[in-house]
Write a protein that binds this ligand. Structure first.
Ligand code: ADP
Length: 494
C-alpha cells in the first residue's frame, strides 16, 4: 500500500481534520507506543495505522474522566443540553464525512452510512432534551415531622466498549444519555472502526465539551478492557457486542460491583402468519435481513412462515434477493456492502455449507464473492427447508443469509421462536389483533416489531432479555440507566 493510496482514502473527507489516528485523552491527542492497521473490507486496502495507547493510556483516560466528573456532575442540565446540541449540530453539518469514514472502515453502503449518522445524532438531540427532565419525586413517610424525596444522580465514570457494525451510532447511543445525566466517559471503539469514533471526538472537542469528559482510547482490547472493568472509579460498564465478551465483562465487573449495561447477540425470529400480505412481509424481511449485509444484532435470523403463506413468501423473497446488488459501498447502485473481514465470510460460508449438508435448499447465492468483487463479499443468500436445530438456526448469522422454516400452529411457532438462549428482537407479521396480543405476550423478546421491520429509535427502549443483555438504550430509560436513585429523609420539621 503506497502513501498515495493512503492519502486518497483520507481525501474522501471534505474536512481533513476529521481524519484522526491518535487517541483522545483529557482533551489531548495522544500517540501510542504501538499501532494497529485499519483496512477497507471492500478492497482490502490499508486505510490507516492507528495509535495503540495500551493499558497506560486506558489508566490515563480513566483518571482524566474521574477528575472531570467532579466538575461535570455539577454543571446544570441546561448547560449540558446546550453542549450536546452543539455537538449534534456539528455532526449533522458533517454527515457526509462521517458517513464516508463508516463506509471506508466497515463497508456499508454510503446511503446506509448517512442514515446511521443521522440516527446516531438523534440520540444526542433526544438526550439533550431529556437532560432537563431528570426528575426526582417526593413521597409519604411513616414518621411524623419528616419528609422524603428522591433525586437521580449521575452514576460516575462510565467505560464503554463498542462494536464495528454501527461505528458511529453505538457510541452516540451510549454517550449522549450518559453525558446528559452528568457522567463522564471513556470509550473504546472496535479495532476495525476507530476512525469513526475519533472523528466524533474531534467534533465533541469542537462543540466545547470540556476536557476529560469524553475520552476515546484505541488499542488491544485485552490490555484496555481490564483497566476499564477493574478501575474503582469506573462505576458502570456499557457494552455492545458478542454475548461471549459481554459475559466476560460482566464477570470482570462483578468484583467492583459495577453496573453493567449489555447489548449482546440475538437470534431474531421473523414470523409471517397466513393472514399477512406476502409482498409486505418480503419487503420487511429485506429491510431487516439484508441491511448492513445482515450484520446487525436485530437482523432476522430465522424466518418462520405458516404453510398457507410460505410459498408466496418464498417467491416474493426470491425476486427481491435476486435483485440485490453487492458491491463497494461508495458505488451508488450497491445494495449490499462487504462483510467486516474475510474471517466473517468464512464463518458465514461454513454456516451455509452446514445447512446444505443438513438438507436445506439454496434458492439464491450461497457462496463467497471474494474473487469476483475483490473484498470480503458474500452473495445475498436465500435458503429453505433446513432443520431448526442446524447451526444456521441456532447461531447469529451476521451475514446476508435468510433461511425460511415452516410451522403450522401459533403454539408451534412460539415454541420454535423462543427456543434459543437469546431474546433481543422479534418480528411478527399478521393483521389479526387478538393474535397480536397473544403472540407478543408469549414471545420472550425485549423488542417486537409487529408489521414493522426496524425497531430502534432515540425515543424507544432498545434492549434484550435472557442472554441478549441487561438494560435499555433510548428514551427516558436510556438516560435513567446512567443515574442512581438517591433517597433523602429529612426529620425534625415539626
Ligand atoms: P465481534 O466478534 O463482532 O467483533 P466482540 O464482542 O468481539 O464482537 O467485539 C465487540 C467489542 O468488544 C470490540 O470493541 C472489541 O474490541 C471488544 N472486545 C473484544 N474482546 C474483548 C475483551 N476481552 N475485553 C474487552 N473488550 C473486548
Amino acid at each position: 500500500m503506497s502513501v498515495a493510496e493512503l492519502t486518497s482514502a483520507a481525501e474522501r473527507l471534505k474536512d481533513q481534520s476529521l481524519w484522526q489516528t491518535k487517541s483522545y485523552i483529557d482533551g489531548e491527542w495522544v500517540e501510542g507506543s504501538a499501532s494497529f492497521a485499519v483496512t477497507n473490507p471492500a478492497n482490502n486496502a490499508l486505510l490507516a495505522d492507528v495509535a495503540d495507547v495500551g493499558a497506560a493510556g486506558a489508566r490515563q483516560a480513566v483518571a482524566a474522566a474521574s477528575r472531570a466528573f467532579e466538575t461535570w456532575k455539577k454543571t446544570s442540565p441546561f448547560q449540558r443540553a446546550a453542549l450536546l446540541m452543539r455537538w449534534h449540530q456539528l455532526i449533522l453539518e458533517n454527515v457526509d464525512d462521517l458517513a464516508a469514514l463508516i463506509t471506508l472502515e466497515m463497508g456499508k453502503a454510503y446511503r446506509e452510512a448517512q442514515g446511521e449518522v443521522v440516527y446516531g445524532a438523534s440520540f444526542i438531540e433526544w438526550s439533550a432534551e431529556e437532560a432537563k427532565r431528570i426528575h426526582g419525586e417526593t413521597m409519604a413517610t411513616p414518621f411524623p415531622g419528616t419528609r422524603g424525596w428522591t433525586t437521580r444522580q449521575p452514576i460516575g465514570v462510565v467505560a464503554c466498549i463498542t462494536p464495528w457494525n454501527f461505528p458511529n451510532a453505538m457510541i452516540t447511543r451510549k454517550c449522549a444519555p450518559a453525558l446528559a445525566a452528568g457522567c463522564t466517559m471513556v470509550i473504546k471503539p472496535a479495532p476495525e472502526t476507530p476512525l469513526s469514533a475519533l472523528a466524533l471526538a474531534v467534533l465533541a472537542e469542537r462543540a466545547g465539551i470540556p476536557k476529560g469528559v469524553f475520552n476515546v482510547i484505541c488499542g488491544d482490547a485485552e490490555q484496555l478492557g481490564p483497566v476499564m472493568t477493574e478501575a474503582p472509579d469506573v462505576r458502570m460498564i456499557g457494552f455492545t457486542g458478542s454475548t461471549a465478551v459481554g459475559k466476560l465483562l460482566m464477570r470482570q465487573a462483578a468484583d467492583g460491583v459495577k453496573r453493567v449495561a449489555l447489548e449482546l447477540g440475538g437470534n431474531a425470529p421473523f414470523i409471517v402468519m397466513d393472514d399477512a400480505d406476502p409482498e409486505v412481509a418480503a419487503d420487511g424481511i429485506i429491510a431487516s435481513k439484508y441491511r448492513v449485509s445482515g450484520q446487525t444484532c436485530v437482523s432476522a435470523n430465522r424466518i418462520i412462515a405458516q404453510p398457507g403463506i410460505a410459498d408466496a413468501l418464498v417467491a416474493a423473497l426470491q425476486k427481491r434477493v435476486d435483485a440485490l446488488k453487492p458491491g463497494d459501498g461508495f458505488d451508488g447502485s450497491t445494495d449490499i456492502g462487504p462483510l467486516i473481514h474475510h474471517e466473517a465470510v468464512e464463518r458465514v460460508d461454513a454456516l451455509v455449507k452446514d445447512a446444505r449438508d443438513s438438507g436445506a435448499t439454496i434458492l439464491a447465492g450461497g457462496k463467497p464473492l471474494t474473487d469476483e468483487l475483490g473484498g470480503a463479499f458474500y452473495a445475498p443468500t436465500l435458503i429453505e427447508g433446513g432443520n431448526p436445530s442446524m447451526d444456521l438456526a441456532c447461531f447469529e448469522i451476521f451475514g446476508p443469509v435468510a433461511s425460511i422454516y415452516r410451522a403450522e400452529t401459533e403454539d408451534e411457532i412460539i415454541k420454535l421462536a423462543n427456543d434459543t438462549p437469546y431474546g433481543l428482537a422479534a418480528y411478527l407479521y399478521t393483521n389479526d389483533v387478538t393474535r397480536i396480543h397473544r403472540m407478543t405476550e408469549a414471545l420472550e423478546y425485549g423488542m417486537i416489531g409487529v408489521n414493522a421491520p426496524m425497531v430502534g429509535a432515540a425515543s424507544t427502549p432498545f434492549g434484550g432479555v435472557k442472554e441478549s443483555g441487561i438494560g435499555r438504550e433510548g428514551g427516558k430509560w436510556g438516560v435513567e440507566e446512567f443515574t442512581e436513585l438517591r433517597y433523602v429523609l429529612l426529620g425534625g420539621i415539626e
